[in-house]
Design a protein around this ligand. Sequence first.
Ligand code: ATP
Ligand code: MG
Ligand code: MG
Ligand code: MG
Length: 469
Amino acid sequence: MPSLNEIRSTFLDYFKAGQHQILPSAPLVPQNDPTLLFVNAGMVPFKNYFTGAETAPAPRVATAQKCVRAGGKHNDLDNVGYTARHHTFFEMLGNFSFGDYFKEGAIEAAWKLINGEFGLSKDKLLVTVYHTDNEAADLWKKIAGFTDDRIIRIATSDNFWSMGDTGPCGPCSEIFIDQGPSLAGGPPGSPDEDGDRFLEFWNLVFMQFERFADGTERPLPKPQIDTGMGLERITAILQGVHSNYDTDLFRTLIAASVDATGVKAEGKAQPSHRVIADHLRSTSFLIADGVSPSNEGRGYVLRRIMRRAMRHAHLLGAEEPLMHRLAPVLVAEMGDAYPELRRAEPVIVETLRQEEERFRRTLGRGMTLLDEATAGLSEGGVLSGETAFKLYDTYGFPLDLTQDAVRAKGITVDLDGFDTAMARQKEQAREAWTGSGQSAAAGEWFAIRERLGATDFNGYETVEATGQL
Ligand code: ATP
Ligand code: MG
Ligand code: MG
Ligand code: MG
């Protein structure tokens, strides 16, 4: 059975043999796009090649790109621990054509890889195409021999990709595997498609139009290809398991978490181990790419992910900081493919340890407060915004952590109440200092207060606002 590391190599070797230049993954912090929180797809580092602003180093390129989807337009943070297929950090395998081959070449290359190299058979696969894209449907018939019932036409934006309001855009075609009727879920495009039965694993984007400000679209003189296949998903498929968390890499990480806590990955503990394994990867890779926990922007996203993992460690009964002890296991697994991870190991370990020590000073008491506040609530209940704000302000619980903590009980948080409590607190802080006669010192204190307390929340908002593609 091929390992995750082997599958990554197979993909890159395959496209290298097909005359693609293999480029290393770009860092998670976008180098060319200040409006984007983190690189969240393989094409992000290549935006300027697609728009024509810069020339690509080769007409054909392939990569395994580190991606984080934990904020902004693509936010899978709330899926982790709940679905079998989403991570906050994952690797997107992609082949790209900058005006070289187009639809036929892309479908042919994808088909030869999944059918020829990977041995996936046609009768387990389905593809979607954009509803007007007859060309793609015909190519799937011609190249792979798919019959009409396996080619699903979808009219929504799920199958039409665009970079923004203007610029390159075009239809896409996604490849799904049917994992069998024992798993719930309808086919792609159906109302209950979000089950586990039909798993999307590869998206082929055919950039063939340019969209202008007036909404018109014109064919690009040289259409282009952008594809993305989730490494963890194709690994699950090739290893014959129905969850990314049952693949070799995740088993190793979860085993380390089981070892360190002495709690088996069963029942209620299973999601916690999965969240810890997932968040260990995103936090370690973010730290390796220079992000450090802070109260705003990217650093606050990192802190939110770290603290969510730390709450799960607490749920498992870990009495001492846990995350930093798992980092060396991750480095051993992924350090060959990503040397920056190995280089940063001491920083990763130290950052995780310090953050967990700090959060542990308030985590236990915060959890007690939360348990008391929810004890009287039943499913469908609402936690008061006051309590959520107190947890945030006094105990360092990011709002999304509190939401995540009560979600399992079917409880939601009163967000308006949270905002009101936040606004009131800001106002009180301001009033307390105006006219006190200590303007300089007061101003300074207020600046610190803003930065450490109230700005926490602004950071959160900024993150959401600036995370848009
Ligand atoms: P989904 O519908 O399952 O959320 P998506 O349509 O958002 O996936 P794309 O944006 O098309 O995903 O990304 C291309 C590929 O990257 C997907 O087909 C999948 O294999 C992988 N992928 C996307 N999001 C994640 C994630 N959060 N964790 C792991 N793999 C992912
Ligand atoms: Mg998605
Ligand atoms: Mg999808
Ligand atoms: Mg998709």
